[in-house]
Design a protein around this ligand. Structure first.
Ligand SMILES: Cc1cc2nc3c(=O)[nH]c(=O)nc-3n(C[C@H](O)[C@H](O)[C@H](O)COP(=O)(O)OP(=O)(O)OC[C@H]3O[C@@H](n4cnc5c(N)ncnc54)[C@H](O)[C@@H]3O)c2cc1C
Length: 353
């Protein structure tokens, strides 16, 4: 294949390693399919990694759980049957070969070969919008944050939050009882967030600096962290310096939806991005199935719970696409021989042998 390394062919390649892709991977292992996951981020887990400190309550049978812990669990489950996993790899193009199998081209120039595909790409590649300030990146992972990974680091600190939407204001509310001082800086006259949340901040003595943006960051002596934030009032042009311990930027997200299927593989879309399909995970293209937020059909639920149902349906559809004589659905896990060995190991561990 020219300059490209020839890779082995998989029964199914799952594009996207979020909840839908990971549960698809688990289920395709259960159905005995040779599976590969391709994920463009460095970590599996999908959008849940954007809200690691938020509590998730609405997954059936799962007690309330932090996003970070939930992501760990779903990753572990997705790897149960040891799929091949390619992280830091972005799918750029899907084409069909002369056997009606798929050639998937990724950003590193590699070609991946697969008999079927499950698209589980959520809302695309989502990255928090970063500060457009030269040198800001050197403070990331120190005291400049785009996602809140742990609330502990804000305990008793002066925290400046830039942004006035729901994410920024919810974050400020969460920090009210944790931080020493919460300062909200927003470029507009009024916050866009829910009024009730803004009221909590007012009652909690948070400081609002409106019509204002961050114009530069001043580092500490050895420039290992931000010491002061320079703010500029966009109406008057007046600047002020504010001493801070931590800065959180919540300016929304960039969504990269540049992923493509070849022209001869048109998939019908809704709203320019989401793929039209059905509750069985079928898209308008034979051999390409979909699960999770990317798929739309009547009755669709854009929740974690919905991704699981979608994943099971998509995998069962893949199985029947590859082998029309296969059972339409899998045996339940409690009676499924795919777990025989694993169950023995777990029982042995429980019995301490
Ligand atoms: C702030 C927030 C809070 C939420 N809270 C809840 C909640 O409490 N309960 C609930 O049920 N749901 C909640 N949700 C919704 C839930 O997170 C989503 O429904 C779920 O993550 C969808 O999973 P998914 O796998 O379809 O997509 P995603 O989680 O978006 O995963 C898609 C993956 O595909 C990858 N990808 C995209 N394009 C490519 C490409 N071209 N190549 C390779 N990889 C690619 C992305 O990097 C990503 O990892 C919340 C969502 C948000 C944003």
């Amino acid at each position: 294949m020219g300059a490209f390394k020839v890779l082995e062919k998989y029964d199914v390649t799952i594009i996207g390693g979020g909840p839908a892709g990971l549960f698809s991977s688990f289920y395709s292992g259960l159905r005995g399919l040779k599976t590969k996951i391709i994920e463009c981020q460095s970590e599996l887990g999908g959008k849940v990694l954007l809200y690691p400190e938020k509590m998730i309550w609405d997954v059936g049978g799962q007690p309330p759980i932090l996003g970070e812990a939930f992501a760990k669990q779903i990753v572990a489950q997705g790897l149960t049957f040891e799929p091949t996993v390619c992280t830091n790899t972005k799918v750029e193009l899907i084409q069909k070969d002369e056997n009606n199998d798929f050639i998937i081209t990724t950003n590193d120039g590699m070609k991946h070969y697969s008999k079927s595909i499950i698209l589980a790409i959520g809302g695309g590649i989502i990255e928090p919008k970063r500060l457009d300030i030269a040198g800001a990146e050197k403070y990331e992972g120190k005291n400049l944050h785009y996602t809140v990974k742990s609330l502990k680091q804000f305990h008793n600190k002066t925290v400046l939050i830039s942004g006035g939407g729901d994410a920024a204001i919810d974050c400020a509310v969460e920090l009210l009882d944790i931080a020493k001082k919460v300062i909200i800086v927003y470029r507009k006259k009024e916050c866009r967030a829910h009024e009730a949340q803004v009221d909590k901040l007012i009652k909690g003595n948070a400081k609002f600096i409106m019509n204002t943006t961050i114009s530069s960051l001043v580092g500490n002596e050895d420039d290992t962290a931000i010491k002061q934030v320079v703010l500029k009032n966009i109406l008057s042009g007046i600047t002020q310096r504010v001493e801070i311990d931590q800065v959180i930027v919540q300016h929304g997200y960039n969504q990269d939806v540049s992923f493509n299927v070849a022209e001869d593989l048109t998939l019908e879309k809704k709203d320019d991005y989401f793929y039209k399909g059905d509750a069985f995970g079928c898209t308008t293209q034979e051999g390409i199935f979909a699960a999770g937020d990317i798929l739309t059909y009547d009755g669709k639920i854009n929740l974690l719970a919905g991704t699981f149902q979608d994943a099971v349906n998509a995998v069962n559809s893949v199985k029947n696409y590859l082998d029309p004589n296969a059972a339409k659905v899998a045996m339940v896990s409690s009676h499924n021989e795919a777990f025989e060995e694993k169950n023995k190991e777990m029982i042995a561990t429980m019995l301490g042998s």
